[in-house]
Design a protein around this ligand. Structure first.
Ligand SMILES: Nc1nc2c(ncn2[C@@H]2O[C@H](COP(=O)(O)OP(=O)(O)O)[C@@H](O)[C@H]2O)c(=O)[nH]1
Ligand SMILES: [Mg+2]
Length: 391
C-alpha cells in the first residue's frame, strides 16, 4: 500500500515542474494552462542518509529505500472566473485523483515571470491559498450536505448514533460555510470514525510548497528557518517575494502545517545534471540539499510515518510503518508469517550500530535489545525478528 501525496495548486504555479523534480520523470510541462484534468503519478524513494553507511558495511546484493507516491493533479482554479461553477466545487475527475491522497502538497507561486501568466494577473501567494482553500471547502461542503440528507433519514429510526453524526455534520457544515478547514475543528474519537468515511479534502494533512525564483532561494530558506524556529517575523517589513512567502509561512505556523521553499524550475534542471555537478551547484548557492528532497521528507513526516531498517548481506532496507506501530505490526511489513509467528525483535539503534560496526560488537557492548510484542518501534531502529510458524 503506497501512501500518496497529492500535489495541487493553481494553474501555472509549478506543480508539474515540481513533480518532475521529485520524480526525475519526464512528465510533460506546459507553458499554458490546460483546461482538462491531467494527472501524473509516480512512486519516489524517500532519501535516507542511513542507508549508504549500512550498505557500506554489509555490501548487500540489494538496497531498498522507503517510498511515497506523488500525484500531480491539475484542475483547481479553473472556475476562478465563474462564481456559479465555483459553488459546485471541483470536477469529478479532479476529485477522483485527490480524494484518496493521504496528504496534500499545496504549491503556491511567488516567482514572477511575464512569460508564465497568472490567472489572477498578479503574484500573491496568500490570496492564492485563500482561493484554493475556498475551492476545497466548498467541495467538502457539498460532500457534507449530501451526507446530512442521508443521515437525517437514518436518524428518523431514533438511533442515537445518527443523532450524534448529525451534530458533527452540522458543525462541519457551519465551519465549511465560513470557508474554514475541517482540520481546524476538534474531534472526538467517534467523530474521527465518521470523518474517515467522508474523505474531506480540508481534513488532509498539508504542506505548503512555496515556489520561489532561484535568486531568492537562499534568502527564502533563511526566512523560513527563522519562522520555523518560532522567531518573530513581520511580513509587513519585507519586500517582494519574501513578503508573500512570510505571510504564508506565518499562517502555516499558526495552523500547524509544514512549509518548504523550492525553486521548482531550478530543481527540475538540477536533477538532469550528473549528481556531482548538481551538488556543486547547490553548494555554490549555499544550499545544503535539493528542495525536492525536503518536500519528500516533509511529506513523509506529514503522513505520520517512521522508518525502521533491516540490514544483512542480502539486503539493506528501509521499511515504513505508522508512528506508534508495535513490533509485530512492523514484522508484518516484511511478511505476514513473521507477524503471525512473532517471538521477539532484536533491536539496535542505527547510531549504536554504526559506532560498533557489527551486530556481534553491538551485542557485546549490550547495545542490542530484545523487545517483545508490545514494543513501539522507533524511527532508526535496526530490527531483526525472531519468529516461529508452527504447524
Ligand atoms: N521562473 C520560474 N518559472 C517556473 C518555476 N516553476 C515553474 N515555472 C514555469 O511555469 C510554467 C508552468 O509550470 P507548470 O509546472 O507547468 O505549472 P502547473 O500548471 O502548476 O503544472 C512553466 O513554463 C515552468 O517552466 C520557477 O520556479 N521559476
Ligand atoms: Mg501541470
Amino acid at each position: 500500500m503506497a501512501l500518496t501525496i497529492g500535489i495541487i495548486g493553481l494553474p501555472q504555479s509549478g506543480k508539474t515542474t515540481l513533480f518532475n523534480a521529485l520524480t526525475k520523470a519526464g512528465a510533460p510541462v506546459s507553458g499554458y494552462a490546460t483546461s482538462t484534468v491531467q494527472a501524473n503519478l509516480a512512486v519516489v524513494q524517500v532519501p535516507d542518509a542511513r542507508i549508504p553507511p549500512l550498505a557500506e558495511i554489509f555490501k548487500p546484493r540489494k538496497t531498498t529505500y522507503a517510498t511515497v507516491e506523488f500525484v500531480d493533479v491539475a484542475g483547481m482554479g479553473q472556475s476562478a472566473q465563474s462564481s456559479q461553477e465555483k459553488k459546485e466545487g471541483l470536477s469529478a475527475e479532479f476529485l477522483g485523483h485527490i480524494r484518496n491522497a493521504d496528504a496534500l502538497a499545496i504549491v503556491l507561486r511567488t516567482f514572477a515571470n511575464e512569460n508564465v501568466p497568472h490567472i489572477y494577473d498578479s503574484i500573491d501567494p496568500m490570496r492564492d491559498l485563500e482561493s484554493l482553500n475556498a475551492e476545497l471547502a466548498l467541495t467538502d461542503l457539498s460532500t457534507v450536505e449530501r451526507r446530512i440528507e442521508r443521515t437525517k433519514k437514518a436518524a428518523k429510526s431514533g438511533d442515537k448514533k445518527y443523532q450524534q453524526e448529525l451534530e458533527l455534520l452540522k458543525r462541519l457544515q457551519e465551519a465549511l460555510n465560513e470557508l474554514k478547514l475541517a482540520r481546524q475543528l476538534e474531534f472526538s474519537q467517534q467523530d474521527l470514525a465518521i470523518l474517515g468515511e467522508l474523505f474531506l479534502l480540508t481534513m488532509k494533512p498539508r504542506m505548503y510548497v512555496l515556489n520561489v525564483s532561484e535568486d531568492v532561494l537562499g534568502a527564502a530558506n533563511e526566512l523560513l528557518d527563522k519562522i520555523n524556529a518560532g522567531e518573530n517575523v513581520s511580513a509587513d517589513t519585507l519586500q517582494g517575494e519574501l513578503k508573500g512567502l512570510a505571510q504564508v509561512a506565518l499562517h502555516a505556523r499558526t495552523e500547524g502545517s509544514e512549509f518548504v521553499a523550492v525553486s521548482a524550475r531550478l530543481e527540475a534542471e538540477l536533477v538532469e545534471l550528473p549528481e556531482d555537478d548538481a551538488r556543486e551547484y547547490l553548494e555554490a548557492l549555499g544550499l545544503p540539499r535539493l528542495g525536492a528532497d525536503r518536500v519528500i521528507q516533509v511529506g513523509y513526516r506529514l503522513l505520520n510515518l517512521i522508518t525502521f531498517l533491516t540490514a544483512g548481506e542480502d539486503e539493506v532496507r528501509a521499511w515504513t510503518v505508522t508512528k506508534g506501530a508495535k513490533a509485530p505490526e512492523a514484522a508484518g511489513k516484511i511478511h505476514s508469517d513473521i507477524e503471525r509467528g512473532f517471538i521477539r525483535a532484536e533491536v539496535t539503534r542505527f547510531e549504536d550500530f554504526i559506532a560498533c560496526g557489527s551486530f556481534q560488537e553491538a551485542t557485546k557492548r549490550g547495545l542490542q535489545r530484545l523487545e517483545g510484542k508490545d514494543y513501539v518501534v522507533q524511527d532508526g531502529d535496526i530490527a531483526h525478528f525472531r519468529f516461529n510458524v508452527g504447524k
